[in-house]
Design a binder for this molecule. Structure first.
Ligand SMILES: [Fe+2]
Length: 306
């Protein structure tokens, strides 16, 4: 392998960029520095041509980072191991949300204990549809009307997760309420104990994040509003910090602006995606093919320089 910096073909997308590594053909031969430069510039990169199987995906991710999260405390309690019993290689295609569209969101933005970096790898795309979506929060912030930006700069937002039954035992992978209280204390969430084994968690945060490349609109507002107002689920609420409602019309307007700058990832088997979860939101188009197989790893860390 040459020690010179590779220059692979890069195609900028509506969000992120596509790197064609077909000429390389092996993950171990990819120039990490080149990929990181593209990742820093675009916030997300899709790399095709490496033909990664689950072990190849593990090796690829560990070129960049060494610590990966187990999925504890997340909203999707049906995530399981996707590879060899590893607790850090997760499937995104199981559970009761099978096939539904998922609106754009930052991963786990309802807690401070959240990944900085997401890695996705396609083992098998859906026959049709089922694309993962990405939207660069920096482009989205720039596209928002000034009066919206003024509101988000003046007011934080409040996420309330409502646990009415024992669903929390799956989310937190424990049946010890004290352990959940400790996680919340460690991550800065308010734990609202109803005294009967049910509780709420509350997290307050800005709707945007400032990263080296600029200010990004990234949060879980759109997906939470869709759960509450469209799916009519009562397990989560997003409000302004003072508890007053965020105008659903405004959230819908943001959704429409975001859609205009959202890229649908055209998955190919073995394709991998790196997503900066401090900047780029992701989601999923609906699909019906039960054979869709996308795996992921999450890390609290970023491979990018501060
Ligand atoms: Fe997600």
């Amino acid at each position: 392998m040459s020690t010179e910096t590779q220059s692979l073909p890069v195609t900028p997308l509506k969000a992120g960029a596509l790197v064609d590594a077909s000429a390389i053909g092996a993950a171990g031969a990819v120039d990490k520095t080149f990929l990181l430069d593209q990742f820093a510039t675009h916030g997300a990169i899709l790399v095709k041509g490496l033909g990664l199987d689950p072990q190849g995906f593990v090796d690829f991710t560990e070129m960049f980072l060494s610590d990966f999260m187990e999925y504890v405390g997340g909203a999707n309690n049906d995530r399981g191991s996707a590879f060899g019993g590893s607790a850090t290689v997760l499937t995104v295609t199981g559970g009761n949300t099978l096939g539904q569209a998922i609106p754009l969101h930052g991963e786990m933005f309802y807690t401070t204990y959240r990944p900085a970096t997401l890695f996705f790898c396609c083992q098998r795309p859906a026959d049709e549809n089922g694309e993962t979506t990405i939207c660069d929060g920096i482009k989205l912030w720039a596209a928002l009307p000034q009066e919206m930006k003024d509101q988000f700069e003046a007011k934080k937002i409040r996420y309330r997760r409502i646990y009415k039954d024992d669903a929390w035992t799956k989310v937190y992978k424990t049946d010890d309420l004290e352990a959940v209280k400790k996680i919340c204390a460690d991550t800065g969430e308010e734990f609202v104990d109803h005294g009967d084994g049910t509780f709420d968690t509350i997290h307050i945060d800005t709707a945007y994040a400032d990263v080296a490349a600029g200010r990004a609109f990234i949060n879980s507002m759109i997906v939470w509003a869709s759960r509450e107002y469209i799916a009519k689920l009562d397990d989560s609420q997003v409000r302004w910090e003072d508890g007053s409602p965020i105008d659903p019309q405004m959230i819908m307007a943001i959704h429409k602006i975001a859609e205009s700058i959202t890229e649908n990832i055209a998955w190919e088997p073995g394709m991998v995606a790196l997503v900066d979860n401090r900047r780029v939101m992701h989601g999923r188009r609906a699909y019906e093919d039960k054979g869709r197989d996308i795996i992921m790893r999450l890390s609290l860390e970023t491979p990018l320089a501060a």
